[in-house]
Write a protein that binds this ligand. Structure first.
Ligand SMILES: Nc1ncnc2c1ncn2[C@@H]1O[C@H](COP(=O)(O)OP(=O)(O)OP(=O)(O)O)[C@@H](O)[C@H]1O
Length: 309
C-alpha cells in the first residue's frame, strides 16, 4: 500500500489556487518535496493531515481518506510545522511529554518516549531548559522530537532546515536521513532548496505553482549525461592541445573552463582520452562522467526543454 496517494487534489483559497489537480504517490523511505515559496507544499501537508479541506480530488494516507479519517491519520503521522510554534517558558521535556499525552500515551509512557526522542534528536542535555532560550537549531530539534513522540509510521517535515546555519543544516539533514533509514519511518520533507533534498531523499517530487512538475527517484535526476570531464596538468595550452588531438581523432570535444568536455557515447571515448594524453605527454589529473543535479533538471524544465511529467 502506498504511504500517500493523491488524485486530482485541488485547493483553492479565495484569491489563489494553491494546488491544481495534483496526482501523487509517495512510498516508503525519504521523499523530498521541492518547490519555490508559495508552490503549495504547506497546503499539501495540511491536507494530508486532514486539517484543511480539499476543494476537489481525493487523498489517502495509509489508505485512510483525508476528508473523513483525519483523526486516524494524525495518530499514524507526525508533523513538524514550518513556523515557530514553541511556548517560550516551557522546557522541551515538558512540551514533548505533553504532546505525547495529547496523542494518547499514558503519562509514564509519554515521559519515557520523550526522553528517547529528545536524545535521538540531540537535545538530551538541554531538555529541562525553557525553549525560549534555545537557538534556532535547538528549536527545530524540539519540533522534530514532538513529531516523533507517538511512534508515527510517517513524518511530514515542513522546511526543517529553515533558518539554520550550514552546520546545523547538515546535522538536521543527517537526522532526517536517519529517521527514514535507521528508524524505518517514512518521511515527506519539504524544502525550497533542491540541493539539500538531493542529498537525503530516495525520491524527489517537484511542485511548481500547485502543479506536479516531476516525481522521480533521486537517482533518475542524477543520471549521467554522456559527457566526460577531463582535466590535465598545466594550463590553457595543454587543455587546448588535448582538444585539438581529440577532434583530430574524430571525438567531439571542447574547452570548458579549466576542463575538457568530451562527448562520450560509449566507453571508447575513455580509451581515446587516455591514449592521447599519453601520446602528447600530458599528465591526466582526472576523467569523470558528468552528472545532472536536480537543479539542472529544474532549470531545464523551467526553460520548457523537458516536458513536465
Ligand atoms: N490560509 C490561506 N489563505 C489564503 N491563501 C493562502 C493560505 N495559505 C496559503 N495560501 C496561498 O497559497 C499558496 C501556496 O501556499 P503554501 O504555504 O502552501 O506554499 P509553500 O510551498 O508551503 O510556500 P512557503 O514555503 O512559502 O510556505 C500561496 O500563494 C499562499 O499565499
Amino acid at each position: 500500500m502506498a504511504v500517500i496517494e493523491a488524485q486530482q487534489v485541488t485547493k483553492r483559497y479565495p484569491r489563489v489556487t494553491a494546488l491544481d489537480g495534483l496526482d501523487l504517490t509517495v512510498g516508503d523511505g525519504v521523499t523530498g518535496l521541492v518547490g519555490a515559496n508559495g508552490a503549495g507544499k504547506s497546503t499539501l501537508i495540511k491536507i494530508l493531515l486532514g486539517l484543511l479541506p480539499l476543494t476537489s480530488g481525493r487523498a489517502r494516507v495509509f489508505g485512510h481518506d483525508v476528508a473523513t479519517d483525519g483523526a486516524t491519520i494524525r495518530a499514524l503521522v507526525g508533523y513538524m510545522p514550518e513556523h515557530e510554534c514553541l511556548p517560550a517558558d516551557v522546557s522541551a521535556n515538558d512540551f514533548v511529554v505533553h504532546m505525547g499525552e495529547m496523542s494518547g500515551l499514558p503519562h509514564p509512557a509519554a515521559r519515557e518516549r520523550a526522553a528517547d526522542v529528545l536524545r535521538q534528536v540531540g537535545l538530551a542535555e538541554e531538555r529541562y531548559r525553557p525553549m525560549g532560550g534555545y537557538s534556532t537549531g535547538m528549536k527545530q530539534r524540539a519540533k522534530l522530537a514532538q513529531a516523533l513522540v507517538h511512534d508515527p509510521r510517517l513524518v511530514l517535515l515542513d522546511e526543517p532546515t529553515n533558518g539554520l546555519d550550514p552546520r546545523s543544516r547538515d546535522d538536521m539533514l543527517a537526522l532526517v536521513r536517519k529517521i527514514g533509514t535507521e528508524f524505518g519511518i517514512a518521511v515527506l520533507v519539504t524544502s525550497h532548496l533542491l540541493g539539500e533534498l538531493e542529498r537525503v531523499s530516495d525520491h524527489v517530487v517537484v511542485l511548481d505553482a500547485g502543479r506536479l512538475l516531476r516525481s522521480s527517484a533521486t537517482t533518475d535526476y542524477l543520471h549521467t549525461t554522456g559527457t566526460l570531464l577531463v582535466e590535465v596538468l598545466g594550463g590553457r595550452r595543454e587543455t587546448e592541445q588535448l582538444v585539438q588531438a581529440l577532434v583530430g581523432a574524430g571525438v567531439v570535444a571542447a574547452v570548458a573552463g579549466t576542463m575538457v568536455e568530451v562527448e562520450a557515447a560509449d566507453s571508447s571515448a575513455h580509451d581515446t582520452v587516455r591514449d592521447l594524453t599519453v601520446e602528447l605527454g600530458l599528465g591526466l589529473v582526472r576523467m569523470q562522467e558528468r552528472h545532472h543535479h536536480i537543479e539542472d533538471v529544474f532549470r531545464d524544465e523551467e526553460a520548457g526543454r523537458v516536458q513536465p511529467v
